[in-house]
Design a protein around this ligand. Structure first.
Ligand SMILES: CC(C)(COP(=O)(O)OP(=O)(O)OC[C@H]1O[C@@H](n2cnc3c(N)ncnc32)[C@H](O)[C@@H]1OP(=O)(O)O)[C@@H](O)C(=O)NCCC(=O)NCCSC(=O)C[C@H](O)C(=O)O
Ligand SMILES: [Mg+2]
Length: 280
């Protein structure tokens, strides 16, 4: 189980001082400092220095700091990787990962940092299982815009098989899986519905493009008060059943077996980790 909360992961353009500064006070679990698509081509080289200085300045607290570089086959990718290796961050995010060869290539530049993979190409999705199992991979981020572009598809239902293939691969390998962004950043109801859907599919959190999206993702991907209360009741009922020599308890008319207790304990551990993060 992953212990650090990843309910919300906000992309921040690595070129924008104001947004980089604003992020220090945002209640987000993960910051995705972007050198790729959020940065215009003529600003990419300067963005490396801007981001290096922002990270060196600190102030991001317990949030996970992950830097997305440009792909290694672009004119910026290799220099980005070398620059990120010297930055004060928690992980590096590689876009458009097609296979483990891409991960190996990046690993040569950054011997120490955990690597996260953007899953956003048809080839990458088909190779999801081997990419997730790569020993340097710590997480998947779904790139639903690029994937839809490459697929020539429209709408989230058309991507569902790809999302689930990436999820299966991530779960089998025990790495984090974050859902793609919701582009209509002023549509709260649409975002909420997509967060709930992503949570129910099994994603660990949602990638975001605007600070106004954070609270919605945090609420959807964090355990609710009802879920926490139910977990306590399941654990207590199961302990009582066991004390009476039973292997099954009943709570709210539903059976509770050992496997449900594993989930209940995971819910409580997640709630504790979120509380610790929010009080840090
Ligand atoms: C989407 C935006 C362009 C909207 O910008 P803007 O109109 O300026 O927003 P606001 O005026 O509402 O901003 C209010 C304040 O919030 C700050 N802000 C805005 N966005 C961010 C952010 N992402 N992080 C931190 N702070 C942010 C503004 O500076 C304002 O602050 P203040 O001036 O103090 O009031 C904009 O939100 C934006 O650029 N978002 C990021 C876009 C991005 O990162 N895109 C790339 C990642 S998504 C992707 O690549 C998908 C994937 O690869 C795929 O294939 O699917
Ligand atoms: Mg993309």
């Amino acid at each position: 189980m992953h212990t650090r909360p990843t309910r919300s992961a906000l992309y921040i353009p690595g070129s924008k001082d104001r947004a980089l500064d604003k992020a220090r006070g945002l209640p987000v679990d993960v910051i995705l400092f972007d050198l790729e698509d959020a940065v215009a081509p003529d600003a990419k080289i300067a963005a490396r220095d801007t981001l290096f200085a922002a990270l060196a300045g600190g102030g991001y607290g317990p949030r996970q700091r992950i830097v997305r570089i440009n792909a290694l086959d672009t004119e910026w990718g290799r220099a980005d990787a070398a620059a990120v290796a010297a930055m004060d961050c928690d992980a590096i995010l590689l876009p458009k990962v097609n296979s483990t060869a891409d991960v190996d290539a990046l690993a040569a530049f950054v011997p120490d940092l955990p690597i996260w993979a953007m899953m956003e190409t048809p080839q990458g999705v088909l190779n999801a299982a081997s990419i997730a199992a790569h020993p340097r991979i710590a997480g998947f981020v779904l790139g639903t815009n690029d994937l839809a572009k490459d697929m020539g598809s429209r709408g989230r239902p058309a991507l569902m098989m790809a999302l689930q293939m990436c999820l299966l691969a991530a779960k089998a390998a025990g790495v984090v899986a974050l859902d793609g962004v919701y582009n209509a950043f002023q549509d709260d109801e649409g975002l909420r519905a997509e967060c709930v859907e992503g949570r129910d599919l099994g994603f660990d959190g949602k990638t975001l493009i605007h600070p106004a999206q954070i609270a919605i993702a945090n609420a959807a991907f964090g355990p609710s008060a009802e879920e926490i209360a139910l977990a306590h009741r399941q654990i207590a009922a199961f302990a009582e059943a066991q004390a009476q020599g039973q292997g099954v308890a009943v709570v709210d008319g539903k059976i509770v077996e050992n496997l449900h207790i594993v989930t209940a304990k995971a819910t409580l551990a997640k709630a504790e980790a979120i509380a610790a993060l929010e009080s840090a």
